[in-house]
Design a binder for this molecule. Structure first.
Ligand code: G3I
Length: 473
């Protein structure tokens, strides 16, 4: 199992078994047991980025482009050095839903399959973003766009359910500069609650993935990061499911590594979320670049909830800003001084993050908590939370087992007149209007005593709220 995170660099690698790394690898490895079978290289703790990061329970990842998976130099470095991948463009809205309702996962699936076959985990990027929207979405607004976004998040997160370590659920939603305001966008104009709706929808679709907010120019304490901080604080207070904040960390001389980088990571971590460095690149060369990389890595290692670092590409020539030579390998795949600085920093130790745990079970969304006890059918209860907008809604239903374990459940509720369900996730509905029975699906029927699960549905018209009857089997 140790080999999954501490993947070898070949015959020259030296195995330095360390009990803690073994334990952490076993914990993390439980999620990708099948993948470990395909990994047979020797352990190399301390000699590759991924193995060295794993020594303190962290990951070291890279952005990957599907069309480079046939480049043997690229794949050689990828498989040797990294244990987390982020599809650079392939999971974005324009790539996964080029026509409304027509989903294309070919390129993203290729990356996920490669990761799984080589013992790497996957960061999903990005479910809801103002940029790289398909043309049809760019032309939508209001409730039509809100419904399209909810459906997109549901479909994509469901397709990858169980395969994603963390999702960038919402990307770059705040304005640059000193306003501290949300960025104006078609999504923002659907209503200020679009971000929390995206997070709730993602949680319902893939309860096992950590859900992150991701942004740039938030790497130090400034008006933009203060605004993100306030949003995360508010989400935690209201039970909106958020598990992590991503700091893109694109640096150059005009946008250097901030002096309070570590302090900024720490203050977010203190809110009770993980922090991750999600798109690191630093333009430059030689010692200066190497020193900056070392600083970033040491900052993460000093923050116990900084769970990992992802660089935004492998070789300089793979970068979205290749002319700035911002990565760890040159165009020929040779290690740069920056690589050595990162490896040395990783091997210098750090504060281990808490042992791997699934995302915290968040309380149900807090819109209109029921004032009367939920009507109980038998053995379970169901509480509803409603996100309503002009012409449409999403209802989230939390099913909680009573004093005994249950093997299945059915929730019965009646939709207001004129309302119609357009899609449901994590339950099987009997119909779309009037009184509807929602039956569990195969993975969420069994609940221990007092345990709960969530399903949801989206519709047109006015949605139901309050409570519903739940009957256990
Ligand atoms: O693949 C097509 C190619 O077929 C076509 O001929 C060519 C013509 O322009 O475009 C190619 O697609 C480009 C794609 O990168 C792949 O290279 C897109 O135009 C280009 O827009 C796209 O840029 C990506 C950019 O996001 C788009 O916003 C970069 O690769 C990607 O690195 C970058 O990543 C973003 C993160 O998602 C969010 N944070 C910032 C980061 C850097 O900008």
């Amino acid at each position: 199992m140790d080999k999954m995170l501490a993947r070898g660099s070949g015959s020259g690698s030296t195995a330095r078994p360390r009990p803690r790394a073994v334990l952490l690898s076993m914990v993390a490895g439980a999620a990708v047991v099948a993948a470990t079978v395909a990994v047979a290289s020797s352990a190399s703790a301390g000699t590759t980025l991924g193995a060295s990061a794993a020594e303190s329970g962290r990951y070291f990842g890279t952005a990957v482009a599907a069309n480079k998976l046939s480049d043997s130099t690229y794949v050689g470095i990828l498989n040797r050095e990294f244990n987390m991948v982020t599809p650079e463009n392939e999971m974005k809205w324009d790539a996964t839903e080029p026509s409304q309702g027509q989903f294309n996962y070919t390129s993203a699936d290729r990356i996920v399959s490669h990761a799984q076959a080589n013992g790497m985990r996957v960061r999903g990027h990005a479910l809801a973003w103002h940029s790289q929207q398909p043309g049809w979405a760019q032309n939508l607004s209001g409730s039509a766009l809100r419904q399209a976004m909810v459906n997109h998040v549901t479909q994509v997160a469901t397709h990858y359910r169980g395969k994603i370590y963390a999702w960038d659920v919402v990307n770059e939603a705040f304005a640059d500069g000193t306003s501290g305001a949300r960025r104006d966008s078609n999504l923002q104009r659907t209503g200020n609650d679009w971000i929390e709706v995206a997070f709730r929808t993602a949680r319902a679709a893939d309860p096992g993935a950590k859900l992150c907010y991701n942004d740039y120019n938030t790497d130090g304490q400034n008006a933009k990061s203060n605004a993100v901080y306030a949003m995360v604080q508010d989400f935690k207070a209201r039970g909106v499911p958020i598990d992590c904040v991503g700091f893109q960390s694109h640096f150059n001389s005009a946008s250097p590594v901030p002096s309070d980088y570590q302090a900024n990571l720490q203050r977010f971590a203190n809110l009770g979320v993980d922090v991750q460095i999600t798109e690191l690149d630093i333009e430059g060369s030689g010692t200066t670049q190497a020193d900056n990389y070392g600083r970033v890595v040491r900052a993460c290692l000093a923050v116990s909830r900084c769970t990992g670092i992802t660089v935004w590409g492998i070789r300089d020539t793979d970068s979205w800003r290749a002319s700035g030579t911002p990565l760890l390998f040159d165009g020929s795949g040779n290690k740069k001084p920056a690589y050595t600085a990162v490896l040395n920093a990783l091997n210098g130790g750090g504060t281990p993050p808490p042992t791997t745990t699934p995302p915290a079970t968040t309380p149900p969304p807090t819109t209109a908590p029921p004032t009367t006890p939920p009507p109980s059918g038998s053995g379970c209860t169901a509480t509803l939370a409603l996100n309503q907008w002009q012409g449409g809604f999403v209802t989230y239903v939390r099913v909680t087992a009573g004093a005994n374990p249950i093997n299945g459940w059915t929730v019965v509720l009646t939709l207001p007149g004129g309302a119609a369900i357009t899609n449901t996730w994590s339950a099987q509905p009997s119909g779309t209007t009037g009184t509807v029975n929602f039956r569990n699906v195969d993975y969420n029927g069994q609940l221990g005593a007092g345990a709960s699960t969530e399903f949801g549905f989206q519709g047109t018209g006015v949605g139901p709220s309050g409570t519903a009857t739940c009957t256990a089997r």
